[in-house]
Write a protein that binds this ligand. Structure first.
Ligand code: G1P
Ligand code: ZN
Length: 542
């Protein structure tokens, strides 16, 4: 039986770059999930009788939210829901399933790399039939609907068993519980040279993959250990836990420090890798050599023709604006375009759909290709394995060789977290107002060449997205970028991105923080970060 329930709008149900993200207790308020899901359905058209894909990263409240989505999808008139067993689907796997089964769209329950548990974060995101995050037009419509909602529709029924593979019905709608790994693993086998990678492992290649007690555990175990023959125990923290074992499932040098320390120590394995809460981010560390995400994108782009799925070469590269220019140098050499987009994966969708770009990446540990419409952590790891296997070189050799050929873009990101939101807004607004007067000014030997507020003109649909970050370029080719995070759940996070090119191979293997010291100092004084935020140093340096 379908029940229509009276409700009232909640403040702030505005989906950001990665869907709606809030603390768990916010989602636990009566009608909160229902309001948002109804607003999603209200902003869509023509889904009756069609398929919806549903799954999440297994975090706390995943199961409860999935039951609500199932009952509301049935009430809305979807014909079928495909749900990952146990409610599990990594974000890239969800994208893969949506595309493969030509679903109308999908709902992904995740707050990505944010901590989970009863006091952690939760999130809901809608993906379109192409498999990628909903474009602004839809998220705006969802937000508008959350402001006027007065009722939602839900089926009154017992909870659906999502732990048994197979098909059941819910008020006339088919519920198909699927193996969360199968479709994804099949796609990976098509893209990569599994024979060469398996040989690498047989030859004694060693690896540690840290799934951070998040969603990639089952995927990594099945593919790396099960199919490719990596030694049992290669995958650590391989069970998805509702609170990720109390850790931050963010594969960076702070939250994956154990892995980093292992990789820098005597007797380290050949490759260390990790992924985040929902499986779309990646961390790549060779023995004694961390690969920055910006460099990883460039190195993958330069080598990905070695993987069978990309043997015809790549059409173009896309990177988010704050990502370093390393990929641009590869594009130049390959005589292809490198597109510069605003932060957030959704901006890559059009470029991939139109065939303008084959590979894309962000400095925030996201890398992916046209195989799905999300960034894909395990894909990046398999790509590195494929490249290592074919080239027969270590990660460290590949990195050094790349820099010698293309030069090195020294790069760092400094994050000032949980800053007072109005102070952060004012800092950015005041700097924005000063942009026009900066060119020509010198700051201790660094002369500003140009400065702007990044705006993106989508070459596919012609849309324009403004105010995507303040960029200051210096005459020696260096750059500082400022932007506010769109994914935080407490206060504001100011991100400062600092970059400088080095073409001389004898100076390419130095510590980035030292090489960039002058720019870093300037990045703080220019907008007076200490005075305005009370912070003399960033909280996180990557
Ligand atoms: C962050 C990253 C961005 C990424 C997003 C979702 O967004 O910087 O590259 O697309 O998470 O994973 P931000 O918090 O900077 O808005
Ligand atoms: Zn993620």
């Amino acid at each position: 039986m379908i029940r229509t329930v009276a409700t009232t709008p909640f403040d702030g149900q505005k989906p950001g770059t990665s869907g709606l993200r809030k603390k768990v207790p916010v989602f636990q308020q009566p009608h909160y999930v229902e309001n948002f899901v109804q607003s999603v359905f209200s902003s869509l058209e023509g889904y009756e009788g069609k398929t919806l894909v549903v799954g999440g990263d297994g975090r706390f409240y995943n199961r409860e939210a999935i039951q609500v989505v199932l009952k509301m999808a049935a009430a809305a008139g979807f014909g079928r829901v495909m749900v990952g067993k146990g409610g599990i689907l990594s974000t890239p796997a969800a994208s893969c399933v949506i595309r493969k089964h030509k679903a109308f769209g999908g709902i992904i329950l995740s707050a990505s790399h944010n901590p989970g548990g009863p006091h952690g974060d939760f999130g809901i995101k809608y993906n379109i039939g192409a498999g990628g995050p909903a474009p602004e037009k839809i998220t705006d419509a969802i937000f508008a609907a959350t402001k006027t909602i007065h009722e939602y529709r839900i089926v009154e029924a017992a909870d659906v068993d999502i732990d048994t593979l197979g098909t059941t019905t819910l008020a006339g709608m088919t519920v198909e519980v699927i193996d969360p790994v199968a479709d994804y693993a099949e796609l990976m086998a098509q893209l990569f040279d599994f024979g060469a990678i398996a040989k690498l492992f047989t030859g004694g290649f060693t690896m540690r993959f840290d799934a951070m007690s998040a969603v990639t555990g089952p995927y990594a175990k099945a593919i790396l250990e099960g199919t490719l023959g990596a030694a049992p125990g290669t995958v650590v923290h391989g069970e998805p836990l509702p609170d990720f074992g109390g850790h931050h499932p963010d594969p960076n040098l702070v939250h994956a420090k154990d892995l980093y320390d292992l990789m820098m120590a005597e007797g380290a394995p050949d490759l260390g890798a990790a992924s985040d809460g929902d499986g779309d981010r990646n961390l790549i560390i060779g023995r004694g050599r961390f690969v920055t995400p910006s460099d990883s994108l460039a190195m993958i782009a330069a080598n990905m023709h070695l993987a069978p799925g990309y043997k015809a070469g790549i059409a173009g590269i896309a990177r988010s604006m704050p990502t370093s220019g390393a990929a641009d140098r590869v594009a130049e050499k390959l005589c292809i375009k490198c597109y510069e987009t605003p932060t957030g994966w959704k901006f890559f969708g059009n470029l991939l759909d139109a065939g303008f770009a084959t590979v894309c990446g962000e400095e925030s540990a996201g890398t992916g290709s046209n195989h799905v419409r999300e960034k894909d952590g395990l894909w990046a790891v398999l790509m590195w394995l494929n490249i290592i296997a074919v080239r027969g070189e270590s990660v460290a050799d590949i990195v050094r060789g790349h820099w010698a050929t293309y030069g090195r873009n020294y790069y760092t990101r400094h994050d000032y977290e949980e800053v007072d939101a109005s102070a952060a807004d004012a800092l950015v607004a005041d700097l924005r107002a000063r942009l026009a007067e900066l060119p020509g000014q010198s700051f201790g030997g660094l002369t500003v060449e140009r400065a702007d507020d990044f705006a993106y003109h989508d070459p596919v649909d012609g849309s324009v997205t403004t105010s995507q970050g303040l960029r200051i370029f210096f005459s020696n080719g260096s750059r500082i970028v400022y932007r506010l995070s769109g994914t935080g759940t407490a206060g504001a996070t100011l991100r400062v991105y600092i970059e400088q090119f080095e073409g001389d191979s004898s100076r390419q293997d130095l510590d980035p923080q030292s090489v960039l010291a002058d720019l870093i100092a300037l990045s703080r004084t220019l907008p007076d970060i200490p005075g305005r935020t009370g912070r003399s140093a960033p909280d996180v340096i990557t």
